[in-house]
Design a protein around this ligand. Structure first.
Ligand SMILES: Cc1cc2nc3c(=O)[nH]c(=O)nc-3n(C[C@H](O)[C@H](O)[C@H](O)COP(=O)(O)OP(=O)(O)OC[C@H]3O[C@@H](n4cnc5c(N)ncnc54)[C@H](O)[C@@H]3O)c2cc1C
Length: 329
């Protein structure tokens, strides 16, 4: 979107995870215009950020679907209504608009005007835990996510971390990278034993009790070339590396949304059976929405997105029917 400062839509969806993406499809299906904002640079929420390569077995209609394929399908399904994506942008403020509706301000100062807002912010904005030695290297060889594997084909890769994500990235990159080395600062791993066994079985080098002390470029400002480690009882080692995946986990925080006058219960937003929050014209769905008996799953997020958008449809157009009709044609 070239000028989001002028954007005005029926529904602004905050969060491009599975729930927000399906809500975008559903809003179009109901004849509503929509925009989707997400602080991450890619759509897909937790699936893209944490487990794009994992198989998911409990999405209705898919006996098994890879995370990235599910997100691709959701983006394609929504694309028929041409949603406006505001990626890499964080929703920070929510105000009543003059003359009705709401105004959501984004970081950077733009304001989106919307008839209703659907908050699908999941567990909130993810902030990757930093790799201290990687300061200044983000985007110059160091990454926290691996949204596209092929970018790392033929490269020497060092994955730092000891949790499931670190081992997932090793498994995903091993077939295409020139080499993959896993570096962890402890001797024990948080990751499941089965995945640790699988990685060991591939013969991937695992260096434990090791701290990354420095990243170095080909030249002073050049791309990443090597990683220096300090290994307990062994001393210094330098590994060739064009990519460092810093998989040290994330912190998640609802941040500014907590100050929007919604009813927040344990980092979730209380909703009624229509997915309406305590604030008029603001709805919530997916992991972020709370009600008695809530189960946080992709499948429930899809259902809640449909409930929220159908109710928004009626709230915006009181003559409209709540039941949208069937999509099959
Ligand atoms: C390792 C792992 C495995 C899982 N496996 C399964 C499984 O097998 N089956 C299953 O059903 N579920 C699984 N889940 C849970 C599933 O991923 C979540 O239930 C699902 O992602 C929730 O979707 P969502 O769209 O509600 O929220 P999210 O996926 O969390 O997306 C929310 C989005 O909102 C954005 N956001 C937050 N605040 C703001 C803001 N202020 N401004 C802009 N953007 C904002 C975030 O950046 C994020 O992209 C798993 C989760 C993990 C971590």
């Amino acid at each position: 979107m070239s000028s989001p400062e002028k954007l005005s839509v029926d529904v602004l969806i905050i969060g491009a995870g599975p729930t927000g993406l399906f809500a975008a499809y559903y809003a179009g299906f109901r004849g509503l215009s929509m925009a989707v904002v997400d602080s991450l640079p890619e759509a897909g929420g937790q699936v893209t950020a944490m487990y794009p390569e994992k198989m998911i077995y409990d999405v209705a209609g898919f006996p098994a679907v890879r995370g990235r394929d599910l997100v691709k399908g959701l983006v394609e399904q929504a694309a028929q209504w041409d949603p406006t994506y505001l990626l890499g942008r964080k929703a920070v403020g929510l105000e009543e608009a003059e003359g009705g509706g709401l105004e959501v301000s984004l970081d950077g100062g733009d304001v989106v005007r919307a008839g209703a807002v659907l908050v699908t912010a999941g567990i909130g904005e993810f902030t990757p835990r930093p790799l201290p030695a990687g300061d200044g290297w983000l985007g110059r060889g160091m990454v926290h996510f691996v949204p596209a594997l092929d970018v790392h084909a033929g490269k020497h890769v060092v994955v730092v971390g000891g949790g499931d994500s670190a081992f997932d990235w090793v498994l995903a990159l091993h077939p295409i990278a020139a080499s993959v080395t896993l570096v962890h600062r402890r001797s024990r791993f948080r990751a499941a034993e089965s995945i640790v066994r699988e990685v060991r079985g591939l013969g991937v080098r695992i260096i434990t009790d090791a701290e990354v002390t420095r990243l170095r470029g080909e030249t002073e400002d050049g791309p990443l070339a090597e990683v220096e480690l300090e290994i307990k009882n062994e001393g210094r080692e330098v590994l060739p590396a064009q990519t460092v995946v810093a998989a040290l986990g994330f912190t998640a925080d609802l941040g500014p949304i907590e100050n929007w006058g919604l009813e927040i219960e344990r980092r979730s937003i209380a909703v009624d059976t229509t997915m309406a929050t305590a604030r008029e014209w603001v709805y919530a769905a997916g992991d972020v929405a709370a009600y008695p008996g809530k189960v946080k799953l992709i499948a429930t997020g899809f259902g809640e997105a449909a409930t929220a958008i159908n109710n928004i449809g009626v709230a915006l157009n009181p003559g409209a029917k709540l039941f949208p009709g069937h999509s099959s044609g």
